[in-house]
Ligand binder design. Structure first.
Ligand SMILES: Nc1ncnc2c1ncn2[C@@H]1O[C@H](COP(=O)(O)OP(=O)(O)OP(=O)(O)O)[C@@H](O)[C@H]1O
Length: 467
C-alpha cells in the first residue's frame, strides 16, 4: 500500500513541493519480533528519536490502518501499537520502549465497526440514518486511537467517513487550537499519525479539504461562549457537506472529544451541545462505568432532530493507552507547528517571510473567560456583555505566537470573523516595536494584511522557529 498523506489543510493556498529529503536515521540495533495472532506490539519513541519498522511477513495494522509488507515505516516521537489478527514478523531498527501484549479490546472494537457498517449499509438502501458517532471518555482513555481505528476500518470498506475533531488541545491535520471536520477518503498516514501533522503543501493524491475553524484556547471550558458557536458553525458546515455528497452521507460522522468534557456537569452540558448540533445517534463511552451511567441518565428518552433515539455503547479502554505528560504534549505541539511551515522528511516545504507594518495588521485577541468573574455572576454564567475578541496593536507580546488568518473581511463583525473558516496560519518571527513592524512567517507569499487575524493563547508561543 502506498504511503498517502491524509489531506491538505488550509495553508493560504497551495504550494509547489520541493524535493523530499531522504537521509534515513543512522542504523541502530535491529530486532525481529514474532507476533502471535491477536496480539499487539506497543512502543514509545521519545521526541527527537526515531525507529524504523518493517513487516517481514503476515499482516499487521496500526490503529486499523494496514501496514504494507517490506515497506520501511519511520516513527518519530510517538506512542502507538502494531496489532496483528493472524500473526506477523516485524523488524525494528532503533531504540524504543516496547512490549508485546496479548490482551486487547480489538474484538470489541471491530464488532463496533461492523455494527456501524450495518447502519451504513441500511442507510445507503434508504433504511434508516447513517451513524453519527460520538466518542467520549476520560483523558488518555484512547478516544483518538479509537476514532482512528474506526475511520481506518471504514476506509478499508470503501467508505468516506467525516471525522470531526472537537479537541483543540491537539489538532487533526491542523495546528492545535483549531476544530476541524475532515472527510477521509484515502488511508491515514501511519507515520505522521493525524493528530499532529498539518501540511500547507499539496497532497500526493486528490483529496477533499477539511473544514477548519479556530477556537484558540486549550479547553472548551476556557470560553464556552466562544466554543459553542464555533462548534455550531462547524456542525452546520459539516452537515451541509454531508448532504452534498452521498458517499460521505452514507458513511456518517465520527466525532472525537477532549477528555475534559467527560468530567462532570459543565462538561456534560458541552456533550449535550455536541450531541444536538451534530444530531449524534450513537455514543461510544470509553473506559468509564460512571460516565456510561451518567450518559444513560442524560440521554435516555432523548430524540435527535430526525426522531432517532441514541444508542449508548460501553467499551473497554485498551491496556496500551499511556499518559502523555505536559512536556511530551508541548513538544508534540511544537513539532506540529514546525511541520505546518517546514513540512516533514517526505515533503519539505518552503515558507515565506514578509515584513508587516503594525498599522497594516488587523489582530483580534481572544478574551479568556474570567473564572473569578463567572463565580460572581448568577449561575456561574460568563459575562455575555463582553465582546469575544479585543482588537489589539501588535507588541512584543505577540512574538513567537501563531495567528489564524480568517476567511473574512477586515470590517466584518466579530461574529462573522468567529464563524469564518481558517485560511491559514502565520507565525510572528520578529517584532520591532521601535520601527513598528514585524516579521511574519507564512506558508506562502500571500498578502495577509487584507484579512483579520485571530490571536489565541493556544497553541502557546513556541521557541523561535527561524534563525
Ligand atoms: N493499544 C495501544 N498501545 C500503545 N499505545 C496506545 C494504545 N492505544 C492508545 N495508545 C496511546 O496512548 C495515548 C493516549 O491515547 P489517545 O490519544 O487515543 O487517548 P485520548 O483519550 O484521545 O486522549 P485525550 O483525552 O488526551 O485526547 C496516545 O499516545 C496513543 O497513541
Amino acid at each position: 500500500m502506498a504511503q498517502l498523506s491524509g489531506v491538505a489543510i488550509p495553508g493560504l493556498g497551495q504550494a509547489a513541493p520541493t524535493a523530499a529529503s531522504s537521509a534515513p536515521a543512522v542504523a541502530a540495533s535491529v530486532a525481529v519480533h514474532e507476533l502471535q495472532a491477536n496480539s499487539e506490539w506497543r512502543f514509545e519513541v521519545a521526541i527527537g528519536r526515531s525507529i524504523e519498522v518493517k513487516v517481514l511477513s503476515g499482516t499487521a495494522e496500526l490503529f486499523g490502518t494496514e501496514l504494507a509488507l517490506n515497506h520501511t515505516y519511520t516513527f518519530r516521537g510517538t506512542k502507538a501499537a502494531i496489532f496483528t489478527w493472524h500473526g506477523c514478523r516485524i523488524e525494528v531498527t532503533g531504540a524504543c520502549e516496547e512490549y508485546t501484549a496479548e490482551e486487547t479490546p480489538m474484538v470489541l472494537y471491530v464488532n463496533t465497526h461492523f455494527a456501524l457498517e450495518k447502519l451504513r449499509d441500511d442507510a445507503s438502501k434508504g433504511k434508516g440514518e447513517s451513524p453519527r458517532v460520538l466518542v467520549v471518555g476520560p483523558t488518555n482513555a484512547g478516544k483518538t486511537s479509537l476514532v482512528k481505528l474506526l475511520t481506518a476500518y471504514a476506509i478499508r470498506m470503501g467508505r468516506q467517513p467525516m471525522v470531526i475533531n472537537t479537541d483543540s488541545r491537539e489538532g487533526l491535520l491542523s495546528i492545535p487550537g483549531s476544530l476541524t471536520a475532515t472527510p477521509f477518503a484515502s488511508i491515514i498516514d501511519v507515520e505522521q499519525g493525524w493528530g499532529s501533522s498539518p501540511t500547507s503543501g499539496p497532497s500526493p493524491v486528490p483529496v477533499k479539504l477539511p473544514l477548519c475553524y479556530y477556537y484558540g484556547l486549550p479547553s472548551p471550558e476556557d470560553n464556552t461562549r466562544l466554543f459553542k458557536p464555533v462548534l455550531t458553525r462547524m456542525a452546520l458546515a459539516a452537515t451541509s457537506r454531508l448532504s452534498d455528497d452521498q458517499a460521505i452521507k452514507d458513511s456518517g460522522m465520527i466525532i472525537d472529544t477532549p477528555g475534559v468534557v467527560s468530567q462532570g456537569k459543565g462538561g456534560y452540558d458541552l456533550i449535550s451541545h455536541i450531541v444536538s448540533e451534530f444530531s449524534v445517534n450513537i455514543i461510544l463511552v470509553l473506559g468509564s462505568e460512571r460516565l456510561h451511567s451518567d450518559m444513560l441518565r442524560r440521554f435516555s428518552g432523548y430524540r435527535t432532530t430526525t426522531g432517532e433515539t441514541i444508542t449508548l455503547v460501553k467499551l473497554d479502554k485498551s491496556g496500551g493507552c499511556v499518559d502523555r505528560d505536559d512536556e511530551f504534549m508541548r513538544q508534540t505541539r511544537e513539532a506540529a507547528i514546525r511541520e505546518y511551515f517546514f513540512g516533514d522528511p517526505k515533503r519539505t516545504l518552503s515558507p515565506h517571510t514578509q515584513q508587516v507594518n503594525f498599522d497594516d495588521a488587523t489582530i483580534y485577541k481572544i478574551r479568556e473567560a474570567n473564572p473569578m468573574l463567572a463565580s460572581f455572576l448568577p449561575g456561574g454564567e460568563e459575562d455575555t456583555e463582553l465582546e469575544l475578541y479585543e482588537k489589539v496593536e501588535p507588541s512584543s507580546m505577540i512574538l513567537n505566537c501563531i495567528l489564524a488568518v480568517m476567511y473574512a473581511a477586515l470590517n466584518d463583525s466579530q461574529e462573522t470573523i468567529r464563524d469564518a473558516t481558517v485560511m491559514g496560519f502565520v507565525y510572528v518571527a520578529e517584532v520591532d516595536e521601535k520601527k513598528r513592524r514585524m516579521k511574519i512567517l507564512a506558508p506562502l507569499n500571500t498578502r495577509i494584511t487584507d484579512r483579520p487575524m485571530i490571536w489565541g493563547s493556544w497553541p502557546e508561543a513556541t521557541m523561535s522557529l527561524i534563525g
